[in-house]
Design a protein around this ligand. Structure first.
Ligand SMILES: *Cc1c(COP(=O)(O)O)cnc(C)c1O
Length: 234
């Protein structure tokens, strides 16, 4: 299958899953996870209808920005972000999806103040409590959300999660439901029904339809669009 066909198929699947859940398909956006892809592949994906690119690595983000590869699309940062690298990301992407600690939140807020922007962010929650994953633990989320709402130079837009690698089909539905409940609670209780809190990023190639049925507004899909990736360098 070509990239164009893959993009069309994934979008159809998203729309079908949304309708099955009684949702408006227009509420759900595809984020193409572009790690290891070249600037040319990214341009081709945008030409074929990808509206948002999600980058994992600061170095790849910087290279693609220098190439002008994202023209016509929005850019999200979805990977692990070290505090000493926030200067390469803040003010250069539309949304940072992976803020998972107070330390990183403060670094992003400080850098945004320095360059005179308000940076849109999601808080990443480690919903499966995995040692190997970033994101804050569920019990730390309310306090982190309060800090994010109070911070002057960030705007909290919602939550992101990366559940454990799904073994069986449907295995992550419970994690998606739990994340959605946190999202609703934060919007109602901490954001005071803040209409800015409108993004719930969950679901990847193996489970994005489940995520859409459970309320995702952003799904991050790589392999199902671009094919298998070579192993990442450590
Ligand atoms: C790579 C990646 C994805 C997409 O993963 P696939 O399984 O290839 O669809 C989604 N989210 C994050 C944070 C990623 O790093």
């Amino acid at each position: 299958m070509s990239l164009e066909e893959n993009i069309a198929r994934v979008k159809e699947n998203i729309a079908r899953a949304a309708r099955e859940a009684g949702r408006d398909p227009g509420e759900v956006a595809l984020v193409a996870a572009t790690k290891v892809q070249t600037s040319d592949t990214i341009r081709a994906a945008i030409a074929a209808g990808v509206g948002i690119c999600g980058e994992n690595r600061v170095q790849e983000l910087t290279g693609h920005l220098e190439d002008g590869a994202y023209e016509g699309a929005r850019v999200h940062f979805i990977g692990h972000l070290q505090t000493n690298k926030v200067k390469y990301v803040v003010g250069r992407v539309d949304l940072i999806e992976s803020v998972g600690s107070l330390r990183l939140l403060e670094a992003v807020d400080r850098q945004a103040a320095k360059v005179g922007v308000v940076q849109d962010i999601l808080l990443e929650v480690n919903i499966g409590r995995e040692e190997s994953k970033g994101g804050c633990l569920p019990e730390d989320l309310p306090d982190l959300a309060r800090r994010a709402v109070e911070a002057q130079h960030v705007r909290l837009r919602g939550l992101m999660c990366i559940p454990p690698a799904a073994g069986a089909p449907g295995a992550n539905v419970g994690y998606f439901q739990a994340t959605r409940q946190f999202f609703v609670d934060i919007r109602e209780k901490i954001g005071d029904n803040d209409t800015d809190i409108d993004c719930l990023s969950m679901g990847m190639s193996g489970d994005y339809e489940d995520a859409v049925r459970e309320g995702a507004t952003l799904v991050r899909v790589g392999t199902a669009l671009f094919g298998p990736r070579p192993p990442l360098r450590p």
